[in-house]
Design a protein around this ligand. Sequence first.
Ligand SMILES: Nc1ncnc2c1ncn2[C@@H]1O[C@H](COP(=O)(O)OP(=O)(O)OP(=O)(O)O)[C@@H](O)[C@H]1O
Ligand SMILES: [Mg+2]
Length: 389
Amino acid sequence: MLAVAHLTKSFASGRDSSTTNVVAVNDVSLTAEAGEFVTLLGPSGCGKTTTLRCIAGLELPRFGEIVVDGTTVFSSRTRTNVAPHKRGLGMVFQSYGIWPHMNVFENAGFPLTIAPRKSRLTRQQRTARVEQALAIVQLDHLSGRAATALSGGQQQRLALARALVMEPPLLLLDEPLSNLDARLRDNMRSELARLQRELNITTIYVTHDQTEALAMSDTIAVMNKGSIEQLGTPREIYENPSTPFVADFIGGSNFMSGTVESAAGDMYTVATSAGPVHGRAHEPLPPGSRVTVAIRPEHVRVVPSGRDEAGGHDAGWTGQVRVCEYLGNAVEIEVDVEGLVLRSRSETMQFLAPGSPATVMLTPDKCLIYAQDPRGVAAIDGPEVQLAV
Ligand SMILES: Nc1ncnc2c1ncn2[C@@H]1O[C@H](COP(=O)(O)OP(=O)(O)OP(=O)(O)O)[C@@H](O)[C@H]1O
Ligand SMILES: [Mg+2]
């Protein structure tokens, strides 16, 4: 349904625009099958919106190819660039352009009134579609209200309804739930996911919210500095992050530097400042190589010193509790082990007083080991490719 290959987009920056280019999207490739829900997830400024705007035709990429439903809508090779309104997409953007002179109902139904005459619905069909879309975003009770008299979150929901009325084959959503309170966001998240599956709308969804991404997506593309760091199912991304960045951005992790001591299959023993650690690596690592060990807080166990509960864990390290925080459904404890601070999260609701001695245990098969080879993103210099539109 959608194939993006080697998409690259840079923006001129600085006063002398001919010399410096900021690479916003760097060689991004991804595909979405019909009905698939693909999420671009990453921190602010990583290139999510720019990728979406390139797919929509609102930015001119520097390189790459974009194919929507079998039609090439952009290609730097063949100099193709199809106008946005001819790409057959529905979109909601971060800044939602609501028509101020129309009421809620008219705003939501607007795309249906400008559809080509031969595909236009009857008035009754249009009304039914608009009512359904407004019900999904929980604005049906406000359909007669002036759009300017809506709160920010309500305007955002109206923008979403306006994209949904078209039931487009490809829907592009840029943080469509970011302005809503937690409860409404949860509600709309499940409603949107349900509708997307029911209507089989291929969706490219942008968010920096990992819960949203994990809950809604078939596939997640984790972006960092303009590139895709990992592409996979929510489970793959969470349980098998392929880089320390992914391990940290999704779910959070503790990190330790160390040196590989020995290997047995894909299990390694790594020497760290706090002591030896056992863990798994994705790639072969020679003894002596510098590595980063990542472990999630829920796989770090902290017990009061003196209590012997090491079953299933590595032998414990001794440390001192720095912070113990109550989070409602869990307790987070930070322990200092020889200057290394490790964070633990547990639902056992056991409290340890700051300053008290504690034993720290790591679940061995949950430690992930990565070679240390910092990857930089080089700026691409030179003028942008100009295309005839
Ligand atoms: N029109 C522009 N001119 C110059 N630089 C731009 C422009 N649009 C985006 N950028 C830069 O490109 C990079 C990617 O921006 P983009 O808006 O795609 O990020 P994002 O992942 O959507 O971030 P956020 O989560 O904050 O919305 C940023 O460094 C941004 O400053
Ligand atoms: Mg953005």
